[in-house]
Design a protein around this ligand. Structure first.
Ligand SMILES: *Cc1c(COP(=O)(O)O)cnc(C)c1O
Length: 424
């Protein structure tokens, strides 16, 4: 056997042994511990418990949508909608997708919503739909969006992470020299930003953008509809990676775009119809539809656990800082209280700059309950290095790890951190 495979199976044994001493709640979330090599890295076993034989039944989505006669078909083809809900052709916007979009649009008090196969595709669809020549983006924007903007050759004008209204205004003024038409320039907000969680003056940015008559788009993934409703604050279009907190268990890869104005949601729906990029499995939509109801309870638990883990990290001699706007010591705490009120499971830990990277990595590799994995918002606790590419804001000195506190018992997570810290 390949050495890496053997090593992985030894680690899985260690994880199982650790889990055997955890609380029933933590065990229910993690069991069975699969070796990533055996399940291609996918954590949710197909078929849950005794329901396994039935877990795959349900609507699979159909390409063909049936019509009783030609006339109903013709009407549907013209507007892209079947008379029973859903599209006239079964690829984008199935009836299940319609249901979940209606629910989320109502929660956000938006005019309408569309669903895409991922959070990234929801952002990409939105930007393609409005096709601006340039976008004003925060320096701490979710990284993959930069790759998308580069491929589309959309110019990026960065404003600082956690920008004040004045800092945003000067970036905007610079952009306006080249992009004077409304449709040429789009204002993009993500708050708190990815990896380092700075919060800009959201209200200030919105006021300046409205004054300049520019369209505003906000990535609200961190907050979800529970912590912040951007449309109520004057944002035009909201994007949410529902892969994260709304779905909550890592099994609802999807992204939702919610618009305040009917003409905006029409432009986005037309974009999806033109590209065929809106196909999301009805099973995913159905899961998402139910999970939305428990988002707040889960978020509160994630936040409570994160708070306890942050307390622990702040006491460790190898830590210089914890990045989280929930902390009173954070320069963004006032804005945090004003806009969001409560936290979620995310925070980043800054390690002492003189600590060798190998030692930080040894700590990560010794963890039993925290998996190394991208994404966040699910039941499992996760950890990943932050390799942010900032252009107009600096990163803290020292290695930075982003943690996501899952739904496990926090005592088990603390025990895991304590045993792994022994490696430092
Ligand atoms: C994860 C994430 C996305 C992308 O969502 P995917 O479903 O993973 O494509 C977009 N924005 C933010 C802020 C995210 O954290």
């Amino acid at each position: 056997m390949d050495g890496k495979v053997t090593q992985s199976s030894i680690r899985s044994e260690a994880r199982r042994a650790f889990l055997a001493l955890c609380s029933p709640k933590t065990r229910l979330l993690h069991e069975p511990v699969s070796d990533p090599y055996m399940v291609c890295g996918h954590p949710n076993p197909s078929g849950l418990g005794d329901a396994a034989p039935f877990s795959q039944t349900g609507s699979w989505g159909q390409s063909s949508v049936l019509f009783p006669n030609l006339e109903t078909y013709r009407t549907a083809d013209k507007c892209g909608r079947a008379p029973y809900g859903g599209a006239e052709y079964g690829i984008p916007q199935t009836p299940e997708a319609d249901a979940v979009c209606k629910k989320i649009a109502a929660l956000h008090k938006g005019h309408g919503a569309v669903i895409c196969p991922s959070g990234l595709s929801a952002v990409a669809t939105t930007l393609d739909a409005f096709s601006p020549k340039a976008v004003l983006i925060p320096d701490n924007i979710y990284g993959p969006i930069i790759r998308f903007l580069n491929r589309r050759r959309i110019n990026q004008i960065r404003y600082p992470s956690g920008a004040s209204a004045d800092e945003f205004r000067s970036a905007l003024l610079k952009a306006r020299i080249k992009y004077s038409e409304r449709e040429d320039l789009l204002v993009y907000i993500e708050a708190p930003g990815s990896g380092t969680f700075e919060i800009p003056d959201i209200a200030g940015i919105i006021a300046i953008a409205q004054n300049a008559k520019l369209r505003t788009v906000m990535d609200n993934t961190w907050a979800s509809h529970v912590r912040f409703k951007p449309l109520e604050h004057g944002i035009d279009v909201v994007v949410q990676a529902t892969t994260k907190y709304e779905g909550g268990y890592g099994d609802t890869p999807s992204g939702i775009v919610i618009a305040k104005h009917p003409q905006d949601i029409q432009i986005i729906a037309d974009e999806l119809r033109a590209t065929g990029n809106g196909a999301v499995a009805p099973t995913t939509c159905s899961r998402l539809y139910r999970r939305i109801d428990s988002t707040e309870e889960r978020l509160n638990q994630h936040a409570g656990t994160a708070e306890r883990l942050i307390d622990w990290f702040l006491k460790q001699p190898f830590v210089t800082d914890v990045l989280s706007p929930t902390l009173e010591t954070s320069p963004y705490h006032e804005r945090f209280k004003r806009y969001f009120g409560k936290g979620n499971g995310l925070f980043s830990v800054v390690f002492r700059p003189d600590l060798a990277v190998e030692r930080v990595e040894a700590l990560v590799d010794a963890l039993n309950l925290f998996w190394v994995a991208e994404s966040w918002g699910g039941h499992l606790s996760l950890v990943l290095p932050v390799h942010a590419k900032r252009e107009v804001t600096s990163m803290p000195a020292g290695h930075v790890l982003r943690f996501h506190a899952g739904l496990e018992d926090y005592q088990d997570l603390l025990r895991d951190l304590n045993q792994a810290a022994g490696c430092l």
